[in-house]
Design a protein around this ligand. Structure first.
Ligand code: BDP
Length: 599
């Protein structure tokens, strides 16, 4: 029996995959009594709720929008013809932030963490020819031992409220597609690939995991469907002559076809697109296929009007069109692993992805974007919650790497965003995370994390763990903004001089810089929040970057405006987008476009 597979759903003559996307039933459970009242057998008074989507922004009642606690979803499905004697699974792209799955009343799985797939074997719970009830019990409370970190406040009337230690709205629900998968009893559970380039040719080393003993064979098809390499055995090498490499913004994808063969009969097949490319860091350069690449692009969010964090192909399409229009080549999945379809799209478009775990909010502050610049020490990694947090962090890193390891777009892993990093406690914690992560990726891609301003060269204990160093810096916004921008430039240069003096000989990438900007707000001369100031801020920062050759990338904050918790620092969300929340350009987009076209 398959224990846990993160392979993306695939359908062919031997495997079936149908989505259960659509209108589900939904009910909140503020008292947490649904389990005792038997809701696993059906919700007593549900309302309708679209899947995939966050539930929040559909509501007109603020208490429902901000609902925090337990909540339930329910749907029904029938088995497809021919599925009676097959192994059947239900697969959720994610359940935010934790969920328990029931099929016809039987509990199947509990999963902690809201951004990675949840899979359950339903074979022994389903009834052929009858409707099958699928019920999911979720919870979206934040605490300091799960990722992302935050707190849950109980209001005087007993209502719970999420208090994120991070700067994005605590969107929750079933955000990604739900699939029923039908598979043969003996099946392919996992595979991985690594690459060696040999002149014009390439070697694709593969390893396939099955749950049986029958023979495995593997072939590679080119873009037109022609088989160009073939091999037998669960481990082996495919030799590709005159290989088409997957290049940045010039992708070429092959299809790998994995098969299990029993007495000359193929009993399982899994196919997926892969790209041949190598990744390596050499001195201060990031090399893709042995050629240096300068990262140009964005930190993003899964965030859109009404849908919250729900995946929609149309939104992804527009985002790639906007990113390509500015000649970007990279984005960071700040601050959590995105829906798998984002990676498939990036594979097709030749975008590089810095793939990030939801290790955000590791600093006790509901306004950590402000705390990040104060220089004050923020207690965190000495808390009693840390052993559980560390276990969750490592589990999440493992699941992310397992899920995303075969995407050519993923060139590096980000294992944190802006934690406290100046104490021995932080060093011990991250040493354990990095040591675990180093064992997990067959391609040994570079490991990094995004450091906030308090992580200065003379104080930060954790940068030596990273293969390249990512800085989130806001000189000219949180520090010395507006009329003080010249001072901001001097301070930025002073910090970069200190890093330079360390002679680390590794690449540095700016993973955040930006200014909140109200679209349509114009002012000459500029003031903070105007479109003119956003342009001047970027011009200043870029001028500085160009004077330091160890800087090998700029991922600006943020691709688009996005929703956050409300408060005095945010005007209907974070407005640092280069594009508005509905994906129209602000003036700074033209500055980026011009610069990146020329780089
Ligand atoms: C950084 C965070 C990011 C925030 C950003 C900001 O990494 O999540 O949205 O600052 O303040 O602290 O806009």
């Amino acid at each position: 029996m398959i224990e846990y597979s993160e392979l993306y759903p695939c359908s062919n003559a031997l495997r079936g995959a149908v989505t259960l996307d659509g209108l589900w039933k939904f009910q909140t459970d503020a008292k947490g009594e649904g389990e005792a009242l038997g809701w696993r057998d059906g919700l007593p008074s549900p309302i309708s709720m679209p899947v995939p989507a966050s539930f929040s922004d559909f509501f007109t009642d603020p208490k429902m929008r901000d609902y925090t606690g337990d909540f339930w979803y329910e749907t029904e499905f029938f088995l497809q013809p021919g599925w009676e004697n097959r192994r059947l699974w239900v697969r959720f792209g994610s359940l935010t932030h934790r969920g328990r799955v029931f099929c016809n009343g039987k509990e199947l799985v509990y999963h902690e963490g809201g951004f990675l797939p949840v899979l359950a074997d339903i074979t022994d719970s389903v009834r052929p020819g009858k409707p099958n009830r699928l019920v999911v019990h979720l919870n979206n409370e934040l605490n300091e031992s799960s990722l992302p970190c935050g707190a849950t406040k109980v209001m005087p009337d007993g209502r719970k409220l999420a208090k994120p230690y991070f700067d994005f709205y605590n969107y929750s629900g079933i955000h990604r597609s739900v699939w029923i998968l039908s598979m043969p009893e003996e099946s392919i559970q996992d595979y991985s690939v690594t690459y060696t380039l040999r002149g014009e040719d390439a070697l694709v080393h593969y390893s396939v995991v099955t749950n049986g003993t029958n023979a495995v064979r593997v072939s590679l098809q080119d873009h037109s469907g022609k088989t160009v390499a073939f091999s037998e055995g669960a481990e082996g090498t495919l030799e590709v002559t005159k290989a088409h490499l997957w290049q940045v913004r010039n992708a070429y994808l092959y299809t790998i076809v994995l098969e299990i063969v029993e007495n000359d009969r193929v009993i399982d097949r899994y196919q997926e697109k892969i790209g041949i490319r190598t990744v390596r860091i050499e001195g201060t350069q990031i090399l893709i296929n042995e050629k240096p690449v300068y990262l140009k692009g964005y930190g993003k969010h899964e965030d859109f009007e009404l849908l919250g964090r729900g995946f929609q192909w149309g939104v992804a399409k527009r985002d790639f069109e906007c990113m390509k229009w500015t000649e970007a080549n990279c984005f960071r999945t700040s601050h959590y692993p995105y829906a798998e379809e984002w990676y498939q799209f990036a594979d097709e478009e030749g975008f590089l992805i810095l793939d990030e775990v939801p290790a955000v909010g590791m600093m006790r502050s509901t306004r950590n974007f402000v705390a990040a610049g104060t220089g004050q020490y923020t207690y965190f990694f000495e808390a009693p919650t840390v052993p559980q947090l560390l276990a969750n962090h490592i589990q999440c890193t493992e699941e992310m790497m397992k899920r995303d390891k075969n995407h050519p777009s993923v060139f590096a892993w980000s294992l944190f965003n802006e934690p406290e990093t100046t104490s021995q406690y932080a060093y011990d914690y991250f040493s354990a995370v990095f040591a675990a992560a180093r064992q997990l990726d067959p391609q040994h891609r570079p490991l990094t994390g995004a450091f906030e301003k308090n992580s200065q060269p003379e104080l930060c204990q954790c940068y030596p763990l990273c293969d390249f160093i990512c800085l989130n810096r806001y000189y000219g916004w949180y520090i010395s903004g507006g009329p003080e921008i010249d001072e901001a430039e001097a301070l930025l240069r002073a910090e970069l001089d200190k890093w330079q003096a360390k002679n680390l000989h590794v690449p540095f990438v700016f993973t955040e810089l930006g200014t909140d900007t109200l679209p349509g707000e114009h002012k000459l001369p500029s003031i903070m929040w105007s479109e003119e100031y956003q342009k001047e801020y970027y011009e200043m920062n870029f001028r500085v970057f160009d004077d330091y050759d160890f800087i090998q990338g700029e991922l600006v904050w943020n691709f688009a405006d996005f929703q956050t918790t409300e408060g005095i620092m945010r005007v209907n969300g974070n407005k640092k987008g280069i594009f508005t929340r509905t994906r129209q350009p602000k003036a700074a987009a033209f500055i980026l476009k011009k610069r990146w076209e020329e780089r």
